[in-house]
Design a binder for this molecule. Structure first.
Ligand code: G3I
Length: 387
């Protein structure tokens, strides 16, 4: 059994004061990586990564290989940002391919994120003169992505974050360049094109702001269910729902009952459920690191303990792996800090020196407590659907 670091022991000791129910005993050794705790129950665990992080070939890169069975290109497949789609039909796949090659080398599965996203649309797309040229550009791009990564990307977020209640449409679709240029049919069309281009890839509807028990998030969960029902009725291909799960510490109500019902409703439609971008923002916490880490871990536990009770949930992806690299902390010249104490956030399972945090233990324990389920994919990275 691996030794727990002094830091972890201190955190765990304080944790018993702050949260007496934890920690529970592990059936597997605490030294097993998260991917093993997950795989023992048929769950795929992975993390979002940036190209620079895997190309660095440093201690963090090694940690990704050790802990993850799956990686998600955090921005490398973003049409505008990662693929630098500066001209129609001219994408630069080099950043995405670095992650693909890394995954192939280490036998990791790859989630495709994402084919279309309102925040990742090249400016030229928005300027296309008519519906026909916009539809042609969208179809061409989806076909190109699905064909290029066929057999290597096992599932795709087809339209990332398709719903926005604030746009006030009766279909609840988000106002985005695709919708403005093509019309609401773009959504179903995108799914059909993706299915035809790679019939083996799972197609996912991925969205955020559907986790908590607030009036807005309750309505958005309902809107997502209505969208899925409509897709089923129209015969629009869809295999899974992606729940991003960007969670927050600080008094956000979570209804076990409502969330279990939501998961059951999705499962009853014959869909799989993936947790796709899990992290916990610790903005509303006191300055003491051990307390912050405990509260973050408790939020992971509160969510995962309920979510993993639903056997259709077969994948948990954290949006990053260590606090060294998190979108919540920003990058280089755009670093973000907590407004209260100017400290960086601590949202992920490992800290900046790659030590396991209480959050890591909360995730591992949630996997340990989960019932076994059919494996998410039969062989990582082969693109095969589960039996
Ligand atoms: O590549 C440049 C780099 O050259 C420059 O030095 C740096 C300075 O800030 O910016 C870098 O690009 C940034 C990029 O992340 C890579 O770090 C962009 O400015 C920044 O906007 C971009 O943010 C990403 C964001 O999506 C927008 O694409 C985050 O990393 C990424 O975590 C975030 O992920 C989204 C999911 O795709 C969808 N769900 C929500 C989630 C969080 O916003």
């Amino acid at each position: 059994m691996a030794r727990i670091t002094r830091r972890e022991a201190v955190a765990a000791g304080l944790a018993t004061v702050l949260s007496p129910a934890l920690p529970a005993a592990f059936a597997t050794t605490p030294s097993s990586p998260l991917k093993d705790h997950a795989a023992a129950k048929g769950i795929l665990y992975g993390a979002a990564v940036q190209t620079s992080e895997v190309a660095a070939n440093d201690d963090f890169t090694a940690l990704v290989v050790a802990e993850c069975a799956c990686v998600v290109p955090e921005t490398a497949m973003n049409w505008n940002l990662g693929l630098r789609g500066e001209m129609p039909g001219e994408e630069d796949f080099s950043d995405a391919d670095i992650i693909m090659d890394f995954a192939t080398k280490y036998g990791l599965a790859v989630r495709g994120h994402s084919l279309l996203w309102y925040q990742g649309t090249p400016p030229w797309f928005k300027a296309l003169p008519d519906r026909a040229s916009a539809e042609a550009a969208m179809v061409r791009f989806i076909k190109k992505m699905c064909a290029r990564y066929r057999g290597r990307v096992f599932c795709w977020d087809v339209v990332n974050e398709p719903i926005n209640l604030r746009d006030g449409r009766t279909d609840n679709l988000r106002r985005a360049a695709f919708l403005d240029q093509i019309g609401p049919e773009y959504f179903d069309l995108a799914h059909h094109i993706a299915r035809a281009a790679d019939p083996d890839a799972l197609l996912v509807v991925n969205d955020y702001g559907i986790e908590y028990d607030t009036p807005e998030e309750n309505k958005k969960r309902d809107a997502l269910l209505r969208l899925l029902e409509r897709m089923k009725k129209l015969g629009t291909p869809v295999d899974a729902v992606g729940i991003q799960a960007h969670l927050r510490v600080g008094g956000y109500p979570f209804s076990q009952r409502k969330f279990r019902q939501f998961l059951a409703d999705v499962a009853a439609m014959g869909l799989k459920i993936q947790i796709t971008e899990l992290d916990v923002t610790d903005e509303q916490t006191p300055p003491l690191v051990v307390v912050r880490d405990r509260l973050v871990a408790d939020e992971y536990a509160r969510f995962l303990d309920v979510v993993l009770d639903e056997p259709k949930v077969d994948m948990v992806i954290t949006w990053g792996l260590s606090d060294r690299h998190s979108w919540i902390n920003g990058e280089d010249d755009d670093r973000h800090v907590r407004p209260t104490d100017r400290q960086p956030y601590r949202p992920l399972p490992f800290d900046t020196v790659l030590a396991r945090k209480p959050a890591w233990h909360a995730i591992a324990r949630a996997f340990e407590a989960a019932r076994p389920r059919p494996a998410a994919i039969s062989l990582p990275g082969t693109g095969r659907r589960s039996p």
